[in-house]
Each structure stands twice: as C-alpha cells, then as structure tokens.
Ligand binder design. Structure first.
Ligand code: 2M8
Length: 447
C-alpha cells in the first residue's frame, strides 16, 4: 500500500465530509451502504467526533438514540431509520412484542457496550470549550438526560448481572459488538438451531470482495436462532436469561460499564446528584473487581465465562485487555501494558502499524482479513488510547497507538477495519465511527 503524506487538516476535513455524507439529519448511519441505520455504540463514538465540529449535532445524535430507549432502561443496539431494506430488519426483531419496547420507534431487541457516558462527557467538554450557546446547550443536555443514562446503567447492573459478580452477561455475540470474534466460537459450537431460519440478502456480502472476510451463513443461522429464541421470550429479561442457548459473561463490556459509570458519576457530581454519583461509583468498583477476577495468572489476560458450559474462554483476543481499559490492580495493568506493547500484539514484526489487532497474530485463531478475527479497528485504537490517557498509565503505548492509527487512517478510506499485515482498508468504506475518531484525534482536546 502506498503511504500518503496527509496533513492533520486534510484528515480532519475529509473525516468531517464523510460524517456529513452519512448523516440523515438527526441520525448518522453507521455506514452509508452496509449499515443504513443507527447502531448504539457507533452513535456514541459518532457524537464524540461530531462534538469537535458541531455540539448541537452531536447532541441530536444522542437524543435520537435516547428516543429509542426501552422502558426498562435498555438502549437497543439498532435504531431503525428510514425504510431501507436491511437484513435482519424490524420484521425479524419484531420488538413490538416486548412490553418494554417503545411504541413509536423500531428497534432491535438486544443491547451493545455502554460507551455512551463517555460521549456525554466529551460533548459537555466540547460545549464548555466553545462557550456561549454551545455551553448552555451541552449543560442543559447533560443535566436533562442524566436520569436516562442512569436508567441504562442500572438496567445493565441489574438485568445483566443477576448474581452481582461485576460481570455483564450477554445473550448474543452482536451484543458484544465483536460479532464473530473467536471469543464466541466454543459457545456457538453448542448452539444448534432447532428451526431452519432463512438467511436472506445479507448486505455485508454485497460489500466485500471475498465472503471469507465475513461471518459464514452457518454462523448467521445461529445468530438468527438466538434472535428467534429471544423473540419467543418476548425479550423479557428473566425469560431470555433462562431460555437462550448463548449465555456468557463479556469481560470487555463489563470494563466499559465500569469506565462509563465513573464518567457518569462525574456528570452527577457536577449537577448536584451526589447520591446517584455515589451509587455509580459503587457500581464501577463492582465491575472493576469483576473484571479483575477473570484474569488468568498464566496468560495475564482477562477472560469471558461461558455460563451454560461453566468454562473460561482462553482465546487471545483484544478483549483480554479489559483491565487495561477500566484500570485495575497496578501489577495487572503493568503486565498488560507490557504484553500489549510487545511482540505478541502491537510490536509483532509482521504488523504494518503498531495498533492492537482484534486477535493476537500469534494465536491459531488469527485471521487477518476476517472482521473481528484479526483485523485492526480504529475505533478500538481510540478507546484504548483514550482509556490509557485518562488513567495516565502507559503513556508511550498510548502515544504509539495514536500515532500509528493516524498513519493508518492517512489512506483516507475510513475503513470499517484494517488488514493488520498489509494496512489495507476492509469491510465498509466511509464507516462513521472511523471518521469520528479521526476527527477527535485531529480536532479534539488532545489533538
Ligand atoms: C457490526 O455489527 C452488525 C450487527 O449488529 C453486523 O454485523 O451487521 C459490529 O462491528 C458492531 O460492533 C457495529 O456496531 C455494527 C455497526 O458498525 O456492525
């Protein structure tokens, strides 16, 4: 791949242009062709990027997501926008059968990682940096929506951590956001669809040169079977937990909850919600401890736990670095920072750019061109970089990830993910969250 010498200004301008192109008004599609609707965690990252160019537009994005919030507090993983054909669409989800679903917005029936409070704080900070009307708007937004974000965190802590271990359970790999990561392989091996569900026109296969870059149809049939099971349970939290074939604790999502609860606690303090801020910090401590409890002495990586099979998942994926994200015991953090900087991960000699691949290149599960099985994801680079900078740990690692990510993004493709050995952009082009992180890195507070 040719290296293009691109200035920060050009990268920022191009990223803003891409986001503008993906914008339907108050909803930014996750990608213009492949994902023509709003995805929950994409929307949070998108609003972080938008906040650097328009605080009101960033707020509008988060409000669109909030309008789709379920009555139990859940933020659904997809908010369907205009009537664009997408499979699996609203008919497959049939969220109207759920007592808690909103009546006037069409959504999916599952959730995604709770990065939203991180976005709320970014928007608030951007409003304050700009001052004037932006400041007023951002403060009114943060204060006025605090209870909605709080309800989201409470729902996760109650419905998804029933035994209060500080580890969130998920019932579909789509909830993790890392759909076909090898983290889920052993659990999916035990999922046997009892109904033959039709895998209709998959958009992803129309957008990649080679179907092997995406999940197989057999994987998709399992994905659809789980949706079928949840729909049968009318998306009732207790019923889903008892009946669905896929039940696993997600250590990465748990770390994100710990981080986000701390961020939301800061917002609570600022607006006089002291009791709720204390509740959120207790919640953050519970999940931080939960994440720590999964760390393998042998590998130093955090692990998911398959609840039905009662086994730890030992695959070497990026999720193993959950403690590095949320902060944990200093010796664990030190060991993880060294591991992530080292030759099994960012410093692997075959990598084009020194940013974390989704699976270690030394793992037998590594597939450099297949979605969450090996490629590098700019949005994950941003998350690690931000979390490390926030804690003030491993500054050299954070700086290297940021620098190499920016070099990777200089192809101006804004790919969904990147081939780690060649640096090639793969998946969707013009992916919104990729453009958003480029904007924050080039125009945001730490640019
Ligand atoms: C991918 O997920 C969707 C399913 O929800 C898909 O495979 O169709 C994941 O990368 C997920 O993390 C992301 O939020 C979504 C939209 O970018 O795409």
């Amino acid at each position: 791949m040719a290296v293009i010498n691109v200035s920060r200004e050009l990268l920022a301008a191009r990223a803003a242009y891409i986001l503008r192109g993906d914008d339907l008004g108050e909803l930014t599609t996750a990608a213009p062709q492949l994902y023509p609707h709003l995805w929950s965690w994409d929307a949070a990252f998108v609003s972080i990027g938008l906040a650097t160019v328009s605080v009101p537009r960033a707020i509008a994005e988060l409000r669109t997501l909030l309008r789709a919030q379920w009555r139990n507090g859940m933020l659904p993983h997809i908010v369907f926008g205009p009537d664009v054909d997408y499979f699996p669409g609203p008919d497959v989800w049939d969220s109207a059968c759920a007592a808690a679903a909103p009546r006037d917005v069409r959504t999916s029936g599952i959730c995604q990682p709770p990065v939203h409070a991180i976005a709320v704080r970014h928007v608030l900070a951007a409003g304050r940096r700009n001052g004037g009307a932006d400041r007023e708007l951002a403060e009114r937004f943060a204060e006025g929506t605090f209870d909605r974000w709080l309800a989201w965190h409470r729902w996760l802590a109650e419905a998804r951590d029933p035994s209060r271990r500080g580890l969130l359970e998920i019932y579909h790999s789509w909830e993790s956001g890392m759909d076909n990561s090898p983290r889920w392989d052993s659990t999916y091996a035990n999922v046997a669809p009892k109904v033959d569900l039709e895998v209709r026109s998959r958009r992803d296969l129309q957008h990649v040169a080679d179907a092997s870059q995406r999940p197989t149809d057999a994987e998709y049939r399992r994905y659809l079977w789980l949706v079928h099971q949840m729909r049968e349970a009318r998306y009732d939290d207790d019923a889903v937990r008892e009946t669905v074939d896929f039940r696993i604790t997600d250590v990465f999502m748990s770390a994100i909850l710990a981080l986000a609860a701390d961020e939301l606690a800061e917002v609570g303090d600022e607006f006089g919600r002291t009791d709720e801020a204390a509740e959120l910090r207790t919640l953050a401590a519970r999940f931080r401890a939960g994440v720590l409890s999964t760390v393998s002495d042998e590998t130093g990586l955090a692990r998911d736990e398959d609840i039905r099979a009662d086994t730890w998942v030992e695959t070497e994926t990026i999720a193993g670095f959950a403690p590095l994200l949320c902060g944990a015991d200093p010796s664990v953090v030190r060991r993880q920072a060294a591991l992530l900087s080292g030759p099994q991960w960012c410093d692997h000699p075959a990598l084009r750019y020194a940013v974390p691949p989704s699976t270690s290149p030394t793992s037998p599960a590594f597939r450099p061109r297949t979605y969450w099985r090996g490629p590098q994801w700019p949005v994950m680079n941003w998350l690690f970089c931000w979390a490390l900078e926030r804690q003030g740990v491993a500054p050299a690692l954070a700086a290297r990830i940021r620098e190499d990510s920016l070099r990777q993004l200089a192809d101006l493709e804004f790919g969904e993910y990147y081939e780690p050995l060649t640096g090639e952009a793969l998946g969707s082009a013009h992916q919104s969250w990729t453009a958003a992180v480029a904007l924050d890195w080039t125009l945001g507070p730490a640019a």
